[in-house]
Design a protein around this ligand. Structure first.
Ligand code: FCB
Length: 449
């Protein structure tokens, strides 16, 4: 297949539907000591032995800090409508209270270049790279960090205003809080149930505090937040409650406070001894209206109660998995969209802000055959279409990722790009999955002409 197929009458064919590609700062930039940037928690974490596969780090990554111009040209070449990137907090505020003009200008150039090439710009403020100086004061365990995030949102939005088309406060607060502060698999590597929940509340509070600031400084931009969400299915009929709890903890815990102004009862009950201090008024702050929510979807979860009554995930051995071990399940994306639509009366429009597949792709004579990824995208684009047909308002879809990059604790061995990166030479090569994306978008552009 050299082109993803869109059903003939699909909303996805219209120009109003946004197709894009996504990246994040620490995963692609490198240049960690340049332009006045100071370390983030990921710089520190990568140096700890055994934390990241192969001892990899984002020190160089895709060298996007230097190659950004050619990368944006390449994005335009794909024919997408939008580019989703993140800003590195420690480039903007390298020290507490000190705004770094050079950092602002770096992203200013990128945004200008995108607009000159007809691309809309979706900017995430926090894609996990907390300044280390804030971690030194407790990081997301410290309520003060929520207010520091608001200061950072002020610095960015005051400078950029409406030149950023779509602002995102946080990317996947579940992962920041639970992988970072509960299970210790991500920076800063803290393990503790209470810590995880405390961090989650402070992240959401930071989101809520930032919202009115973003609206004030960028009144014509769109503002929202991005969640990872994994629909859960019971292993047997007896396991329905296990699946329900998984969804509650995985995404109701993060979305309910925003859209309902409350935390889900299932989690409040099960985690009673781990709950953070929720001050009066916090939920009012967190539930400030958003213009959209972003959903990152990769896989589904099949859950059951084990002999001890604990909840565990069951790997579906008969299903197909990607290189990272995640089950390929496009139906899960449609189901998830429908579940969100049913759960929230006031569900704003959704962007699928990430979706993609990991491989260990090789470039042979300038060609990268990523047949599984091509099928993955075809299936998931159809799944989005099906959700739209089922009545869910979905306004866009972003492939994760533009190019192979630093995949957090997996380092560089998991390749998520639709563009291959040779880390020795920094050469970029479009994979078959990128070519199929480009061809689909070209056909759509011709139709809309
Ligand atoms: C998401 C992250 C993104 C990338 C993908 C594979 O959880 O937002 O940075 O690592 O997973």
């Amino acid at each position: 297949m050299n082109k993803y197929q869109l059903p003939s009458d699909s909303k996805l064919r219209s120009k109003e539907f946004v197709f894009g590609v996504a990246t994040s700062a620490y995963q692609i930039e490198g240049g960690v000591k340049e332009g006045g940037r100071t370390p983030s928690i990921w710089d520190t974490f990568c140096k700890k032995p055994g934390k990241v596969d192969n001892g990899d780090s984002g020190d160089v990554a895709c060298d996007h800090y230097h190659l950004w111009k050619q990368d944006i040209e390449m994005i335009q070449g794909l024919g997408v409508d939008a580019y989703r990137l993140s800003i590195a907090w420690p480039r903007i505020l390298p020290q507490d209270g000190v705004v770094n003009q050079e950092g602002l200008e770096f992203y200013g150039e990128i945004i200008k270049e995108c607009h000159a090439r007809g691309l809309k710009v979706y900017v995430t403020l926090y894609h996990w790279d907390l300044p280390q100086y804030l971690e030194d004061k407790g990081g997301w365990l410290n309520r003060e960090t929520s207010y520091k995030f608001a200061e950072y949102a002020e610095a960015v939005s005051q400078y950029f205003g409406d030149t950023i088309d779509v602002y995102t406060t946080l990317n996947e607060p579940f992962v920041s809080a639970f992988l970072g502060y509960r299970w210790g698999e991500h920076a800063p590597g803290i393990k503790g149930e209470r810590e995880g929940y405390l961090a989650s509340h402070h992240l959401m509070l930071g989101h809520g505090l930032a919202m009115p600031i973003l609206r004030k400084n960028a009144p014509n931009a769109k503002h929202g937040v991005v969640f990872n969400a994994t629909p859960a299915y019971p292993f047997t009929e007896q396991d329905q409650a296990a699946a329900d709890y998984c969804e509650a903890e995985n995404y109701h815990w993060f979305i309910d406070p925003v859209l309902k102004g409350e935390y889900p009862q299932l989690v409040l009950d099960r985690q009673a001894s781990n709950l953070p201090m929720i001050l009066e008024g916090d939920l009012d702050i967190i539930s400030a209206p958003v213009d959209y929510i972003g959903i990152n979807y990769y896989t589904r979860n099949v859950a059951r109660f084990n002999e001890n009554g604990d909840i565990e995930s069951v790997k579906q051995t008969d299903a197909e998995h990607t290189y990272i071990g995640w089950e390929i399940n496009p139906q899960g994306l449609t189901d998830l969209m429908v579940r969100l639509n049913e759960r929230y009366d006031n569900l704003p429009p959704i962007y699928i802000t990430e979706n993609g597949a990991a491989g260990n792709d090789e470039c042979v004579n300038g060609v990268v055959e990523d047949e599984q990824r091509v099928r993955y995208f075809q299936g998931h684009i159809e799944a989005v279409h099906n959700a739209v047909e089922a009545g869910v308002k979905i306004d866009g879809y972003f492939a994760w990722s533009l190019m192979d990059n630093f995949e957090w604790a997996f380092g560089y061995c998991q390749r998520f790009g639709i563009v291959h990166v040779d880390y020795q030479t920094q050469k970029r090569t479009l994979k078959q999955s990128a070519i199929a994306y480009r061809n689909m978008l070209q056909e759509r552009a011709e139709e809309n002409r």
